[in-house]
Design a protein around this ligand. Structure first.
Ligand SMILES: [Zn+2]
Length: 456
């Protein structure tokens, strides 16, 4: 999966396993920051449950994290904000004909409650205008294939314009899996309910429609949009100068599983950083921020980035579903590449990131609002194991998939980069001029995505 030479990989794994074994063998030795953070994540996932923004689990997670940071002698502060939110209800989608069967479904976020409706299924392919069959479609339920190239707002808009009553969207992963996610990254209530359905059930319904067998459905949506009052949580570790390195990870999750991979792992990596960096000031201050509302459309990072004011920031590093890094990504900001090249080159040969420095911008997590505020942002290319990550946003995103070794190895690389950033006096905290920021998105063809998030 990774292009790390086999022997180097085995050596790293043996080292990490050895460290874990030693920590376990000697009850007198304190746990490493990553081991302690892993233990915290396990308790958080198992005892608090999923952390959908605005839910009791989310509030309990904030409390626990705050208490954990205080116990470390730190002074976390909440950054409260209100944002568009969404509560999942007991939604029901049933096949009435050719025979009765309730489907496994997960409404997409911002689907709105409505009285029960019945309608006949129609295949709408990938949801592009040319994919719709001719004839009257008003009141019908659209079956959307997986892999639509359109942003949700576009296929939802096209379906609403034709009078469709609901959309059933076939999952890209098989095995009965569902995919919770937002139907509107801009946080707007959807004009019609959209449901993720299992790939196998979707294909079955598709075969019936293709053979001309009428499929009647009953859809009742009880989920609803409600504004939520929530907060980010942050800790500032003072430096010798006021400028700061910001490291962020979103605390919130979807509600079907435990949100361990997305993004409990980032929550724990940030906690490991807090433990490793506390009490040892670097040149720049280090701000650690646990964002809320990321899954509903980057709500917490929008709020935080909008309130940066004149704070000098040398870099923002976003940790969202980070496994062991194979590359660090300057996100299209050429000015950052030489520093990152030097950092990687200075690492011991067997620890160098095998893919080095990448420089490709992308949208969809909490770095974007900071970039738009002119801050230089970074992410890692750090794939999680395929067998684990395929379950993200669903029931099986559970803490058993985040091993102590994974947290130990990934945290070591993250800590090394954060220390390097925080110790580099030469990094420029000036904001990028707006024209340069615009170019950062235009150059990578991201303007439509920015608009879908309501960020442009
Ligand atoms: Zn995430």
């Amino acid at each position: 999966m990774r292009s790390v030479p086999e022997a180097a990989l085995r050596a790293v794994l043996a080292l990490a396993a050895g460290a874990v074994a030693r920590a376990a063998a000697d009850p007198g030795s304190p746990p490493t920051p990553a081991a302690a953070a892993h233990a915290f994540l396990e308790r958080l996932a198992d005892e608090v449950g999923p952390r959908l923004t605005g839910s009791p689990g989310n509030a309990a997670a904030l409390d626990r994290l705050e208490a954990e940071l205080r116990a470390l002698g730190l002074a976390p502060e909440r950054q409260p904000f209100t944002a568009p939110g969404w509560i999942r209800g007991d939604d029901q989608v049933e096949v009435l004909a050719p025979f009765a069967r309730r489907l496994r479904v997960a409404a997409l976020g911002f689907s709105q409650a409505h009285p029960a409706l019945t309608g006949e299924l129609v295949d709408i392919g990938l949801g592009r205008p040319g994919d719709y069959p001719p004839g009257e479609l008003r009141g019908r339920v659209g079956l959307l294939a997986s892999g639509s190239p359109l942003p949700a707002a576009d296929y939802v808009g096209a379906a609403a314009a034709r009078g469709l009553a609901a959309i059933l969207f076939i999952n890209r992963e098989g095995g009965g899996q569902l995919l919770a996610r937002t139907g509107s990254p801009a946080g707007q209530p959807l004009p019609l309910p959209v449901y993720s359905i299992a790939q196998e059930e979707g294909r079955w319904l598709g075969r019936l429609v293709a053979r001309g067998v009428p499929v009647r459905l009953r859809v009742e949506t009880r989920s609803r949009c409600v504004p939520v009052a929530t907060a980010n949580l942050r800790v500032v570790l003072p430096g010798r100068v006021p400028s700061r390195v910001i490291v962020g990870a979103h605390l919130d999750s979807w509600d079907l599983g435990q949100g361990a991979l997305d993004n409990g792992i980032g929550v724990a990596q940030l906690l490991a950083l807090a433990r490793a960096l506390a009490g040892a000031p670097r040149h720049h201050a280090v701000e650690l921020v646990w964002f809320n509302g990321e899954e509903q459309g980057l709500q917490g990072s929008r709020h935080a980035a909008a309130r940066l004011g004149a704070t000098p920031v040398v870099a923002m590093l976003n940790l969202d579903m980070i496994g062991v890094p194979v590359a660090v990504n300057a996100l299209g900001d050429d000015a950052f590449v030489p520093f990152l090249e030097r950092w990687n080159a200075a690492r011991a040969p067997e620890r160098r990131l095998p893919k080095g420095v990448e420089n490709t911008n992308w949208i969809g997590s909490d770095h974007t609002p900071y970039q738009l505020a002119g801050v230089r942002a970074l992410t890692f290319n750090a794939p999680l194991p395929r067998e684990a990550v395929r379950h993200y946003h669903d029931l099986a995103d559970t803490v058993d998939k985040v091993t102590p070794q994974l947290l130990e190895e990934s945290s070591a690389v993250i800590l090394d980069l954060v220390r390097a950033l925080a110790d580099e006096a030469g990094l420029d905290p000036a904001r990028r001029p707006p024209a340069e920021t615009d170019a950062l998105f235009t150059r990578f063809g991201l303007d439509a995505r920015l608009r879908a998030f309501g960020l442009k």
